[in-house]
Design a protein around this ligand. Structure first.
Ligand code: NCD
Ligand code: ZN
Length: 343
């Protein structure tokens, strides 16, 4: 089968994106806004987004950072999960996409995450009644390779106890998480582009690669292969969520490497290359948009991105005039697809 030389993606979405704040926000937000119709914005700032006022102010800073791209890019805002009242959730709902639950201490800026899932249940009941989705960083603080597997029992508990709550298992990395999707009607999942490509060997099987270090850590080849097969087959409950998580170069390359892969600049070209390689380009539209629109009944701006099968080299870094520098995934490598320049 010959593959086409170009591909149009209608309303591409990133269902899990870290845009940060301040200078980093200014640097990275336009990179996502240029090629996406909407993105779900993570609330793990310092301090986290826990009030409607903070959420609206952060949304405004994002729109200012993307400038003219704001007309065709919708930030879907989230609150950092903590016990909330019905009054607060009801007031926030028109401006809110979802709540993001972090267990305490499992990843970057999760110090105010929850200690016991029981303490979350009154708020989860309110969310179920209001129809607000729950996004979960599903890891325990156990042995690093087992953290996601150990959390699966909590997903089962939540899915059973709150059968009308839409629960998204964020950035899944294991075949076991994937198999849960088929067992609970109200469970959905996002997966990153990098977890469709790398395994733990790429992170630390040779020289240590700090720019591939993220939470959850990449797992075994059979896990990566199961996730990839599901994405390529357009599994109807699996959505793209890049988890693009930029950190300054010094925080990644110094001792005590921060967790996060910065994939925003190459997200769609890298996925086109991957799906093309496996003869699955016709399924990319569903993975990057259609499933999320159906599952969450979204109505993002009408935006079409054209990708071309032409070589493009990922920039070695992105930086601003103040010296902030961030290194993307596959920096300096040549990809076989690129985004068509705007006409
Ligand atoms: C994310 C970050 O840096 O905010 N890091 C990561 O490794 N993915 C947080 C997260 O999503 O876990
Ligand atoms: Zn994340």
């Amino acid at each position: 089968m010959t593959s086409p030389d170009s591909l149009k993606l209608h309303r591409p979405l990133d269902m899990h994106l870290h845009l940060r704040d301040g200078a980093m926000l200014q640097l990275v937000a336009p990179l996502s806004a240029a090629s996406l119709a909407a993105a779900v914005i993570m609330p793990n700032l310092v301090p986290p987004i826990t009030s409607l006022e903070q959420l609206l102010a952060y949304r405004q800073r994002i729109l200012e950072a993307v400038g003219p791209l704001a007309a065709s890019f919708q930030p879907l805002m989230t609150l950092f999960f903590q016990p909330y009242s019905h009054a607060l959730l009801a007031a926030a709902q028109p401006h809110l996409f979802a709540l993001k639950l972090y267990p305490h201490g499992v990843t970057t800026n999760s110090d105010s995450g929850i200690h016991h899932i029981q303490a979350a249940e009154p708020t989860l009941a309110l969310m179920q009644d209001l129809g607000i989705p729950l996004l979960v960083h599903g890891e325990t603080t156990g042995f690093v390779l087992d953290r996601e597997a150990q959390f699966l029992a909590t997903y089962q508990h939540l899915a059973t106890r709150f059968p009308r709550l839409r629960i998204v298992m964020e950035h899944i990395t294991t075949a076991a998480a994937l198999s849960l999707l088929d067992r609970f009607e109200n469970l959905f999942a996002t997966v990153t582009a990098h977890h469709l490509v790398i395994t733990l060997d790429d992170v630390l099987g040779g020289l240590l690669q700090p720019h591939l270090f993220c939470k959850p850590i990449a797992k075994r080849p059979q896990d990566r292969d199961a996730l990839l097969a599901a994405a390529l087959a357009a599994h109807p409950k699996l959505m793209l969520g890049s988890d693009s998580a930029p950190h300054p170069q010094h925080a990644k390359e110094g001792c005590g490497c921060a967790a996060g892969v910065f994939s925003a600049p190459l997200l769609l070209p890298r996925l086109a290359q991957l799906f093309d390689h496996h003869g699955a380009l016709p399924h990319l539209q569903a993975f990057v948009s259609d499933h999320a629109i159906r599952i969450h009944r979204l109505n993002p701006p009408d935006k079409t991105i054209t990708l071309l099968r032409q070589p493009w080299t990922v920039p070695a870094s992105y930086q601003d005039a103040s010296g902030l520098r961030v290194i993307p995934w596959e920096a300096g490598q040549q990809l076989s697809w690129q985004i068509a320049p705007p006409t």
